[in-house]
Design a protein. Structure first.
Length: 109
């Protein structure tokens, strides 16, 4: 997967990215978080849910899962969709950012 990203916003426990993968452009929320779908509303703004398009959510438990989870999500996305990646640990978070094309992601403190 050949992704390019740029940071749109910094969250308390993650980043908001605009991502381009081939012809697909989407907003990604990548956060260090327990895999709880109820947490999504804590960092995804309400207007994201009110727009056309779906919000896809995936948990990344291990660093080596990042590529597969991101490929699965992007394969099923349509224009206007957004993706949320709940990364259970620091290494999963860093690998997810790298997989999304963010060069030299910074660890969270």
């Amino acid at each position: 997967m050949n992704a390019l990203s740029h940071v749109v916003e910094t969250l308390e426990h993650g980043l908001v990215l605009d991502v381009t993968v081939e012809d697909l452009q989407f907003r990604a929320y990548v956060v260090l978080s327990e895999p709880d779908i109820n947490r999504v509303a804590d960092f995804v703004p309400r207007d994201q849910f009110e727009r056309d398009g779906d919000v896809h959510v995936a948990a990344i438990h291990q660093a080596d899962e990042a590529r597969g989870q991101i490929q699965d999500i992007t394969f099923n996305m349509n224009p206007g969709d957004a993706a949320v990646f709940l990364c259970v640990n620091q290494q999963a978070y860093l690998d997810a950012l790298e997989e999304l094309g963010l060069a030299a992601p910074e660890p969270l403190n």
